[in-house]
Ligand binder design. Sequence first.
Ligand code: SAH
Length: 290
Amino acid sequence: MGFGKGAQSNKRPSIKPELDRHGLGLSSQPGHLWISCRTHIDTLALLMDLTNIDIVMVGTTHPGNIGAAARAMHNMCVSNLVLVDPKCPVDEIAYARASGADTILDNSRTAESLQEAVKDCSLVIAASARVRSLPWPEMTPRQTAEKIRDLGGQSRVALVFGREHSGLTNEELQICRYMVNIPANPDFSSLNVASAIQLICYEIFNLNRTPAKPRQSSAQESAATSQEVEGYFEHLEQVMTTTKFLDTENPGLLMQRLRRLYQRLELSKNEVNILRGILSSVEKYKARSN
Ligand code: SAH
């Protein structure tokens, strides 16, 4: 059973120093100046916008990891946390480990499935410590940060992190366009999930402190969302089954290979519409010739 709370808020009272109009205030520790992260974001707004990034944790079993992830995110000014089918509550242990990053936990949302969690995202990237049987387009954390920066804050991005004990299933990985791998000791490459989130968010934060390069004109068309691309894959599978190109008794890796091919193309909304139009024309042709 999951512990999802949906959009419900589980806010706790927090004591924050009063801010002046510049967002500056006195820390509870004498001699320290307290500056809110929000103020940093506002100040750097022209240079960086990380509000389009969702950190998605799938099937997390330990509340301490959810709290530690919130802290890691807040350190790096990444604020949207999505919990897919969490196996533990967001409880005192989570808040203790968040060390003051309460707003991230308060505003976290839950989803029943990964597909639902990322449906509005145009770029879905899975973090994985494992090499898979079918190689997936793989990036380093730095390349991931570059890819996200090049979007210029225009499209929603999901960074997906797996279960503590078993990571992500192959089915979940299929929904993701890329895989990000943190290079590590080949004999001990699996990081704690919150550490993995910390490292990837750091790369994104660090790179976004410099201005993004102007977007290429070919990239200016709106990117298709995960839901639109998934709709295309379903349609494609349906038509290939009808035309018997896909042998449902013995499908092999055909769908996985096609997914990988299309994911590489980074389809726009218009392109998905064209591809679906072609499939519809095949369906009409088949219906006429029956
Ligand atoms: N035993 C699991 C590892 C789970 S670690 C497995 O074999 O997959 C929990 C999550 O942290 C992983 O699913 C992944 O999202 C992230 N993670 C851990 N180490 C990582 C690494 N080296 N590179 C990228 N992500 C990593």
